[in-house]
Design a protein around this ligand. Structure first.
Ligand code: ATP
Ligand code: MG
Length: 213
């Protein structure tokens, strides 16, 4: 049996067409069912539903053989994962945002200091270190837009797609850090032990990604 870890929401939705191209259909809708293990039309493949940030953990420790995770999540996670494929789904970017009246250019002058709230502390630390800016990082788990509005931080590092959430909270995107998409991640031991089952699956995903490009 091959176990695929997915998170509910956009990654699940965007993975469905790729699974379909690999000849796999999921037998239950996670928005309607409370089941965490879902069968598929492929007798040798099942899907487990986990939090987006837990996908790398499941796959690295063999709780799942493979999974789909955002680059944002992978950059914060431990290593030990084989990453064969950019699936080019759940596309967005990671950016710095501030209040419109905040002088970001002055705040990131070499040797200056800035307070940044984010869920992505590792990525933010590296980004500002490269710029030579001292950063006081404040770890948050959600509603990051609130931080500059309440004075908790000068800036946030967060994912942006349309920018409407920033706009609704009177924040402006001041610098893009990187483009983000979701990646296929595979447990290295599984790839050896279940190669016969996994290789065709990975190849089918690769063809489906290419066909969509
Ligand atoms: P939750 O929103 O339930 O707290 P989460 O933020 O970890 O959990 P999702 O919002 O489903 O989970 O995001 C999962 C992945 O989808 C992220 O890791 C990222 O790669 C991608 N993603 C997040 N926000 C966006 C967005 N606005 N547009 C496109 N992709 C996004
Ligand atoms: Mg989210």
């Amino acid at each position: 049996m091959i176990t695929l870890a997915l998170s509910k929401g956009r990654i699940f939705e965007d993975s469905l067409p790729l699974l379909k191209a690999a000849g796999i259909e999921v037998l239950e809708d996670p928005e309607k069912s409370r089941k965490l293990i879902i069968g598929t039309t492929h007798p040798g493949v099942r899907v487990v539903l986990v939090r987006a940030t837990d996908v790398p953990t499941y796959v690295a420790h063999g709780g799942a053989d493979l999974g789909v995770a955002g680059l944002d999540v992978l950059l914060e996670a431990e290593g030990g994962l084989y990453r064969p494929l950019d699936l080019k789904i759940a596309n967005c970017r990671m950016s710095v945002a501030t209040r419109a009246d905040f002088d970001y250019a002055a705040a990131v002058k070499q040797g200056s200091r800035i307070r940044v709230a984010t869920k992505y502390t590792k990525t933010a630390r590296e980004f500002f270190a490269t710029k030579g800016v001292h950063v006081d990082l404040i770890k948050l788990y959600g509603s990051m837009e609130l931080a500059p509005l309440t004075g908790l931080a000068d800036a946030i590092v967060d994912l942006v797609s349309t920018g409407s959430t920033l706009k609704a909270n009177h924040l402006v995107e001041v610098e893009k850090i990187m483009d983000i998409s979701s990646r296929l991640v595979v447990n290295p031991a599984s790839l050896k032990l279940k190669r016969e089952g996994l290789r065709p699956l990975i190849d089918a995903f690769a063809s489906a990604v290419e066909a969509r490009a």
